[in-house]
Design a protein around this ligand. Sequence first.
Ligand code: IFM
Length: 438
Amino acid sequence: MIKMEYKDLIFPAGFKWGTASSAHQSEGGNHNDWSEWEQVQGNVKDGTDSQVACDHYNRYEEDFDLMKEFGHQVHRFSIEWSRIEPSPERWDERELEHYRRVIQALLVRGIQPMLTLHHFTNPIWFRDLGSWLNPEAPEIFGRYVGKLVSELKDFDIIWNTINEPMVISAMGYLFGEFPPQRKDFGDAQVVSRHLLMAHGQAAEAIRETYEESGKNHPLIAPVMSVSHFMPEDPDDPDDVELATYLDELYNHMWIKGAITGKVIDAEGNEMRYEALENSVDFIGMNYYSRQVVSSRMDFLNGEMPEKTIAERCDGLDWEVFPDGYYPLIKTFWERYGKPLWMTENGIGTMDDSLKCRYIISHLQQVYNAIQDGVDIWGYLVWTWVTNFEWAQGFMSDFGLVGMEPSTLQRIPRESAYLLKDIIEHNGITKEIQQRFLQ
Ligand code: IFM
C-alpha cells in the first residue's frame, strides 16, 4: 500500500464549524404536508414517519449541551412554519416562545444560530391553497416571514431563506418523489419561479423589519443544493451537452435569478423582481455527490447509468465523490462573487469510518478552494443527531451522534469526536488525515 504524504490543512482564522438540521427531520410531532404524506403506505421507503424523529423539540437543550461540549460554533436549523402559522394569519404565541427559547439556548452556549425559514415542509392550509403553484405563494410566505422576523429580530441570527429550492421543485414536481408527487416539467418551472420570488419576499421582509427598528442589516442567504454533473461518455457530445444543460438548470439558473434580480415569467420573458435586490449576502452550498448522465437514457423518468463508485450513501445510493466539490465551489465564486458557506455536507451511513473519511476528503476540497482565493466562511456537517431522512425514513443515517432507539439517548460516534478534533485545530491536521485515510 502506498503511504500518502499529508500536511496540516489549517483553515483561516475566524472560519466557523458546526452542524445543520431541520425542524421536521428532528423535532417530532409536526403536522404539515409532509406528516400527512408520510402516512400513505409506500411513500416512506422503510415505512417509518417523522412523528418522533429525534424528539429534538423536547430535547434541544440536551442536544445543544452536547454541541457545546464538542466545541461547535454555529448551528443551522429551521423553524416549522406550520407551528407558527397553523391557519392563515393566526400566530401561535406558544410556538413563537418555544423558538425564542431555542435561539436563546444556542446563544447562551456561545453557538451562533443560522436560521432557515423554509426547509421543505408547508402548513396544510398552504398546501390546500395549491402550495408553491399558487401565484400568491411568494406573498403569503413573505407575510409569514415578516411576522416571524418581527418577533425574533432582537436575537443575533444569520438568516437562510429557502433551503434547496431546486430539490423542492425537482423532487416534488418533476420526479414525483416528494409531496405533492407531481411529474410535470412546466409545474416544476412554476414552482422554482415562485420559490425565487418567495426568497425575494423573505429577504425584503427581513431587511425592512430590521431597518424599521433601526438595526443593522443581518446576513441573508438562500441555500442551494448543488450536484456535480458528468457525462457518462466524455467523448460523446450529446452526453456532454446534457451534463452542461443540467448543470446550468439545477445548479445555476435559480441562484442567477437571485443575484441579478431577474425572474423568467410564464411567457419566457425576463422581468425585474424588485424584492430580489440585495437579497443575497452570501450563498449557502449543500454538496453531497455527483450525477453521471447519459443522453441515451430517459433522465426525466429516473433512468440513470449504473453507479460505478462502490462507496455510497445508504438508501439514497449517492456515490462518494469529493472531487466534484472543488469545481462547484470555484465556479460559484467566479460566477457570483459572493462569499460562501458550506451549509451541508455529509453522508448517511452506518459505517462511521466511511463517514469520517467522507468529511475529511471533502474538507480537503474546501481547503484547496480557500487556498485558491475563494471566500468561504464556514462548514456545517449534515447532521448532528440521527434524524428522519424524508422519503428514506431512517434508512440513511447522517448523524454524527447516534440514538438508542427505545430511549432516544444520544450516543456520540467517532465522527462526532472527529469534528471536535477538527474544530480544536481549525482544520485537518496531518495526524487526522493519517489516522482516518490510511
Ligand atoms: O436531509 C437532507 C436535508 O433535509 C436537505 N439536504 C440534503 C439532506 C440529505 O439528504
